[in-house]
Structures are given as C-alpha cells and as structure tokens.
Write a protein that binds this ligand. Structure first.
Ligand code: SAM
Ligand code: SF4
Length: 266
C-alpha cells in the first residue's frame, strides 16, 4: 500500500503492552505512570486479526515492541499466532533483554526471526541508574542466549545523549564488534519537548523514506510517531483504521507531546 506521498507502507510496529520491568529515565517517569486497564489492551486475537488485515493490504514486516513485550503474559503464544500469518517476511521484536535468556529458545521456536536489544552502557552501575534498577548482567545473558539460538542479525539499540562518539556509546560499539552484533545509535529525544531525530544506522526519523504504521497497546493506529493523529481500531474496524492512517500519514512528523513511548512503542 502507498500513502499520499507515494511512500510504500509495508512495516507495522505493534506495541503489545504499556507495562515495563524497567523505568529508563528518558522513557518513563519513576512512578505515577497511569497504566491502561486490562480491558483497554488489545487481546491476542485482536492483534492477530489487525495484523492479518494489514498483511492483506501489503505489510510484510512486523515488529513487536512495548513497553516491554516480554512482560506481556503469554507473549510466546502471541508471537506464534502472528508468525502463522502467511505473508510476513520479517517478524522481529524490540526488547530490553532482561527476560530474553528465559524466552529466547521459545521465541525462536514460535517463529520470531530477529530481536533488537536495547543497551546504552556496559557499566553496571550506570545501567542501574539509567534504567532505575535494571541488572546489566541479565541483559548480557539475554543477548548471549539470543545469539546462541540463532537470531540473526542481532541488533543493539543504543540511546546516546549527544553522539555515537561519547564514551558509553563507543564501548557499546566495541562490545558489538567483538560479539558480531549490529549497533544502531538513537539520539535521545526529549519527550516533553516532542523533538525527534534520525537514527544512525537505522531508518527511524527519516520522514521521506518512512514505511511504517504503529499500533498502540490500546488499539490506536498511528501514522506517525511525531503526530497526535490516531485511528481507533475497535471503533473503526481494522481495515478502515489502516486506510485512514494511510490517507492521513503526514509528509513529515512535527510534534507529539503525549510523551508515551511505552504505549506507542518507541
Ligand atoms: N522496552 C523495549 C526496549 O527498551 O527495547 C521496547 C520499547 S522501547 C520504548 C523502544 C526503544 O525506544 C528502545 O530502544 C529505547 O531505548 C527507545 N527509547 C525510549 N525512550 C526514548 C527516548 N526518549 N529517546 C530515544 N529513544 C528512546
Ligand atoms: Fe521500558 Fe524500554 Fe521504556 Fe526502558 S525504553 S522504560 S525498557 S519501555
């Protein structure tokens, strides 16, 4: 499917939960986060059906994200359901990696093709501060497990404050080189100001080549991360919501002050 600016839209990013087992300083407030009610969150059947419709309209790349997708109960079953949809060439997941050692084998067996793991520093104390309590060793074990089960290419998302030349980023790059991992540097976005920027080594933030639609955990199709436009799948039905998101996809993102990457899926 093509939008009004002749961009081919073939990539659906699905946030399967707004919950997370970490509280990264740039993503979520420490507490007081208003979480979605259980009934607001799309069921596995709903997510699978929307994905099936999106695939019938031309999507062939799907990414499962969150919040933290691995904290959603039954996530392996959801991966299996989505993987069973004919026509998906690339099924991936973005995770913080904390639970990856536990799930890597099951995810592979369920049909997941690839994972991106978020890792901003190799300093355990800094990691704990940045994520407000995360254990770096668990992520490193998760990455190792993902490698062993054969997720390839295995990519690392590294959020940088200023540039990929800063010390933590350089050490992450070196670690990736030694371990055969690909690294993508994401410039930290200030969610309260709504600024956005290009991902080094990835395609995010490059509006003229944007190929994606996003589905939030509570069933809103968003044509652009940096616009407040959203189309409710439960109200409109999957096909109409997808078509409206497509027809209204802005030429370029501007602002989104909702500041909810953990619902929209980053
Ligand atoms: N919990 C999973 C994770 O951390 O990988 C998936 C969801 S998270 C919202 C997706 C990506 O968004 C992560 O790589 C994270 O580092 C990035 N992210 C979150 N807040 C950000 C911000 N303010 N600026 C840039 N990237 C951000
Ligand atoms: Fe959780 Fe990912 Fe946001 Fe960190 S970036 S708080 S791991 S959703």
């Amino acid at each position: 499917m093509y939008d009004n600016f002749d961009r081919r839209i073939n990539y659906l990013r699905i946030s399967v939960t707004d919950r997370c087992n970490l509280r990264c300083v740039y993503c979520m407030p420490e507490d007081g986060v208003k979480m979605l009610q259980h009934s607001e969150v799309l069921s596995f059947e709903e997510i699978t059906e929307i994905t099936r419709v999106a695939v019938s309209l031309g999507v062939n790349k799907v990414r499962i994200t969150g919040g933290e997708p691995l904290v959603r109960k039954g996530i392996v079953n959801l991966v299996e359901m989505v993987a069973a949809i004919p026509g998906i060439d690339d099924l991936s997941m973005t995770t913080n990696g904390i639970l990856l050692a536990k799930y890597a084998t099951q995810l592979k067996e369920a049909g997941l093709n690839r994972v991106n793991v978020s890792l901003d520093t190799l300093d355990g104390a800094k990691y704990k501060l940045l994520t407000r309590g995360g254990e770096l060793i668990e992520v490193l074990m998760g990455i190792q497990a993902a490698k062993e089960v054969g997720f390839k290419p295995l990519k690392i998302n590294c959020v940088v404050r200023d540039s990929s030349e800063e010390r933590d980023a350089k050490l992450v790059a070196e670690y990736c080189k030694q371990n055969g991992l690909e690294v993508r540097f994401i410039h930290q976005m200030n969610l309260t100001e709504g600024h956005f920027s290009v991902v080094e080594g990835g395609s995010g933030g490059d509006c003229s080549n944007c190929n994606r639609l996003r589905l939030t955990a509570n069933g809103k199709l968003m044509p652009c991360l940096f616009s407040e436009l959203e189309y409710d799948v439960r109200l409109l039905g999957a096909e109409k919501a997808i078509r409206m998101a497509l027809d209204n996809k802005p030429a370029c993102g501007s602002m989104n002050l909702t500041g909810e990457f953990y619902n929209i899926g980053g």
